[in-house]
Design a protein around this ligand. Structure first.
Ligand SMILES: NC(=O)c1ccc[n+]([C@@H]2O[C@H](COP(=O)([O-])OP(=O)(O)OC[C@H]3O[C@@H](n4cnc5c(N)ncnc54)[C@H](O)[C@@H]3O)[C@@H](O)[C@H]2O)c1
Length: 292
């Protein structure tokens, strides 16, 4: 029989309670979520969900989170967030690297450089993604379909590889979180998004596939599938067609769309030792959109 693994924080939970005669009781639940000294990278980290999640990881105590995104220079939003992280005074850093996730060689090199500098790699969030305007599925142009897959599928794989290769090298395990979407398992009503929806389905299966290959190395791979959340990506629709806000809000039992900060808990949980037995899973956070 396979031996049972032991928590880094053992004794923990009921085991700790049973040893309470010899162990001073103290709460450990938040210690499980702590990312103290962990090193991570977040693609699409210049803004939106990527930046929000990068900040959450820093607040959880990560040594450094590298945000990777297209612009040569980080956005004002990113720079202000970096200053905020510095002022937290918890030893955490936010760094910015300009790169295109579709460039496999460059992404691997970034992973290697981070590994060489930090001597570890623990967390990867692949959040870079694109959504095109409505295009009829029967007329969908090959190039546009390829462009979406190039970022949303190939780019996600290359990001996961960049981090995963370092995780395998250092042998400390790790957590890779691929940002999929509820659009990978349902179709957004009245939206002609065949490339986006198909690409997100591919990400769901990519995570399951990678999880099975990397489990023996204690590298976990999961997907996080948000529902409608207001960011620049969705603003392109909502701001141009304000009726969509009410329409999208009415598509879930909560009666509203989500905020980026509502992913802080789940990303920290997935990145941390609070989720050590979770791999190959899709975590859906969509206000119950799926439930109807
Ligand atoms: N906002 C939502 O409602 C929602 C819902 C479900 C899933 N998602 C997913 O969440 C992720 C983040 O989306 P968001 O809403 O924050 O959108 P966003 O457009 O605000 O952010 C996406 C980021 O990815 C970057 N990016 C795009 N192509 C890139 C490339 N080739 N190389 C490097 N970076 C690149 C962009 O520059 C941008 O900073 C995406 O994968 C998206 O599909 C978003």
């Amino acid at each position: 029989m396979q031996s049972q693994s032991i928590s880094r924080l053992a004794p923990i939970g009921v085991s700790a309670a049973l040893e309470a005669d010899s162990v001073q009781p103290r709460p450990k639940i938040f210690d499980e979520f702590a990312l103290t000294d962990r090193v991570g990278m977040v693609s699409g980290g210049n803004r939106g969900l990527g930046l929000e999640m990068a900040l959450a990881l820093c607040e959880a105590g990560a040594r450094v989170i590298y945000c990777i995104d297209l612009p040569e220079k980080a956005s004002e939003e990113w720079t202000k967030t970096k200053t905020f992280v510095d002022k937290l005074n918890n030893g955490s850093r936010l760094e910015y690297i300009s790169a295109d996730v579709t460039d496999q060689e460059k992404m691997w090199k970034i992973g290697e450089e981070i590994g060489e500098k930090e001597k570890r790699m623990d967390v990867c969030v692949a959040a870079a993604g694109i959504l095109k305007s409505h295009t009829n599925c029967l007329e969908y142009p090959a190039q546009q379909f390829q462009d979406v897959f190039n970022v949303n599928v190939n780019g996600v794989l290359f990001t996961a590889q960049a981090a995963g290769r370092q995780m395998a090298k250092f042998g400390n395990g790790g957590s890779i979180i691929l940002i999929a979407s509820m659009s990978g398992s349902i179709t957004n009503r009245d939206h002609a998004w065949v490339s986006y929806n198909s690409s997100k389905s591919a990400v769901l299966q990519m995570a399951r596939s990678m999880a099975c290959e990397l489990g023996p190395k204690n590298i976990r791979v999961n997907t996080l599938s948000p529902g409608h959340i207001y960011t620049k990506m969705t603003a392109a629709y909502i701001d141009a067609q304000p009726h969509l806000l009410e329409k999208w809000s009415n598509l879930n039992p909560m009666g509203r769309i989500g905020r980026p900060d509502e992913l802080r808990g789940v990303i920290t949980w997935l990145a941390s030792d609070a989720s050590t037995f979770c791999t190959g899973s899709d975590i859906v956070v969509n206000g119950g959109h799926h439930a109807w």
